[in-house]
Design a protein. Structure first.
Lengths: 446, 446
């Protein structure tokens, strides 16, 4: 329980009169000790397993996944569990108007901005027990580890569990000033976002107070499962995220003419689903014909009137394009748009393709990427740089400060599924890299 | 109000002692008179307009179409209207256990089987005012015309309004012995078929009594709108149906793997919707690459989980193939099945394509086709032979006796839509051809 104070030269020189030689042994001692510091892997696993109960299917086990959709009773219970964990080692949680849960550990240097880190604990319906949970429970575990080892950082440490990552980014979006008052009336799972926030302790009328001004934190760090199979396939334990991809989402409406499938000759048809089929293939072709990590997906599609004996008269579907480069997806979108109009001519349909959403890319800070690599290397863990194809609270934080993200492998690349799994050793590795990166950053501040 | 008795030589010779010369003038007189006989076009239009009220959208007009789904209150009211029309000129309707409405007009020759004709008055949801209604109201109109002109045929004339053509063929299917007891428990629009039959006057426990034995009728005639655009486009007022096409309906299930649309590289995907898109194009290609009137349709398609940001893991869709030749559609189905397995290999998916339904073709009787042509020609109306791509009660009757079908043009080929329309002159033409064909058949019996 030795207090290891990670100090800063300026602070020391301004506060205590010591010789340079007296400072150096202290630092190297602190460095040596912080190099040995490890999170408690069993305790981390235990908290992930305990959290998994909230939203677990009736009669199920850990491997049956979780439905902890934001603002449901399961979410409320999961949040209470997290706050109970924090209180257990003396950290009093604070809930802001956006219902984000914060936990502060003061630093020794009062003029430094906090290092912010965390994730979320809400899930998609029938999701897994690692998406968000790992980063959240690891943030608590890092705080607990520092507390039990009596380590005080120079920067204040601020952990956070963001509200409703999976649907609205209500928590991190409020912090970044992105959430609009109009969003509060959006209704989902039967209640508005405003009601949802109120239910879990937020205060939608004071949402503006949840906003963090640019520069409010030193940096933001998030540990998360990859939710893809790149690390798992490459057998690399630590991913260093280069950035979170830009997303263009289009709404496509294909207007043909519904008619009797028995009496309408093939040549007389204006078949909206045939046009959609051609467009789905075009999306695949345009996205894959050039090298790169860009992806394109038609994930949602509805047919009208949707009867076996009626030529489809109307099809609505999404097209989603993602890449770190927003220029790339803009160019792909234009090419698809052009090809869509050719399909419309060929099939006697009308195709309206409109951009429904644009998420700018969120680059990870290069310094932070380097720090994560150093931390992992010091822990003997191989790393790989990769983009995040999934959205994360970190992309909101990137709007107001430098961010870094640590990925750990998802077995078989599966996520948003009860089958989502990250090996316990990988979970512990990720939490240790998070801890060590925080300490490296803290130490690196001039 | 002169009674015109269309007689048969055998009957005359067996019942009354007359010379051949005495018979011939009678016949030619009768022929001359029956050639002049016309239905009342205004009355037919009036009854179609009055019937259209039952199931009309609130506040709508005739051109807003009708939702008279079988067994709904609208169907019940429409049936009552039809029976009231029959009673108005002295025809007492009879309801059989399958809730079919029959109206009998005795013939002069008691050993001849009835000439059966009619259609249905139930509609699809948001359907039109001609599909079924025209044949039903024309059947009543033919009976009314014969009554007011005092014409007695040699064959008894039996008109019929069949129950629930649009969904279960409950009426004509029971008459043909096709409906199974298990079908009675099928639930639709909230009630079982048994309950539905009971609601409109049927008796499901005695359904077997609704069955007509083969040879129970001399022939079956049905006037119907084409529900396609062939006659309308060719500007031909009367279609002579060669037969009702055979239908093969397949259920297709494409099993891929649902995964995150942002984190799953294109090459790692098992995209069920991409596979479906390729299969939809294959259906189009296989069906259209050889000459003929065969059609193929993917009309119903569902995507799971159907979210913009999830690679589709499962797609279920229908494939429906139609042609007068069941060998043709069997061959096309086999070819599509083969190509589906190639697509499965190429896309890393599993494709299960299973036949869900097979309707045998129902050929129209060649003699009856010829009679319809003669009747139309005598009325100065051009004819065209064509298959019926749509199913009709006539296909059930074809299982137990010779059938003939008369088509009239649908404007722009539109049907199963509020926009369904058949010009009033075409309606009258169809009813007159029906009347004249009945009289020709009646006269032709040796």
């Amino acid at each position: 329980m030795l207090a290891i104070v990670i100090t800063r030269r300026e602070l020391l020189s301004s506060m205590v009169a010591v010789s340079a030689s007296a400072v150096l042994p202290d630092l190297s001692f602190a460095q040596a000790r912080s190099s040995d510091l490890r999170i408690n892997a069993d305790r981390l696993r235990h908290s992930l397993e305990e959290l998994s109960v909230f939203g677990r299917p009736a009669g199920g086990t850990f491997s049956d996944g979780v439905s902890r959709v934001a603002f449901t009773d399961a979410d409320f219970a999961g949040r209470n569990y997290a706050m109970q964990l924090m209180r257990a080692f003396g950290m009093e949680p604070r809930i802001d108007p956006a219902a984000n849960i914060f936990g502060l550990r003061p630093g020794s240097a009062h003029n430094l901005k906090p290092i912010l880190f965390g994730s979320h604990i809400d899930s998609v319906p029938s999701g897994g027990n690692f998406d968000g949970d790992l980063g959240s429970m690891s943030a608590i575990e890092v705080m607990h580890t520092l507390k039990e080892h009596g380590v005080t950082t120079r920067h204040p440490l601020q952990m956070v569990i963001w509200t409703d990552e999976e649907n609205t980014f209500a928590g991190s979006g409020s912090a970044a000033g992105v959430l609009q008052p109009a969003d509060l009336s959006r209704v989902r799972i039967g209640i508005s976002l405003a009601e949802g926030l109120r239910k879990v302790g937020g205060n939608p009328t004071r949402l503006a107070e949840a906003r963090l001004s640019p520069g409010a934190f030193h940096c933001y760090l998030e540990l998360h499962i990859e939710q893809g199979g790149i690390l798992y396939k490459a057998n690399v334990p630590i991913g260093v995220v280069e950035g979170i991809v830009s997303i263009d989402e289009y709404d496509v409406e294909i207007r043909g003419f519904a008619n009797h499938a028995g009496t309408t000759p093939m040549k007389e048809r204006h078949n909206a689903l045939l046009a959609a089929a051609k467009l789905i293939e075009v999306v695949q072709e345009v996205v894959t014909r050039e090298p790169g990590r860009q992806v394109g997906t038609v994930g949602r599609l509805q047919v009208f009137p949707n009867a076996p004996n009626v030529v489809p008269g109307l099809v609505k579907h999404s097209i989603e394009l993602r890449d770190l480069s927003e220029e790339t997806i803009a160019r792909l979108g234009n090419e698809i748009q052009k090809r869509a109009q050719e399909i419309a001519r060929d099939t006697g349909t009308e195709i309206i393709m409109e951009k429904a959403e644009h998420d700018a890319p969120a680059g990870a800070d290069l310094e932070m990427q380097a720090k994560i690599e150093v931390a992992a290397t010091e822990l003997g863990l191989k790393t790989m740089r990769l983009p995040s194809g999934a959205g994360h609270d970190a992309q909101m934080m990137a709007k107001i400060g430098p961010i870094g993200m640590i990925f750990v492998p998802s077995v078989d690349g599966i996520s948003h599924s009860p089958k989502e799994f990250t090996r316990w050793q990988d979970c512990a590795n990720g939490a240790n890299v998070l801890l060590r990166t925080i300490l490296l950053i803290d130490r690196a501040t001039p």
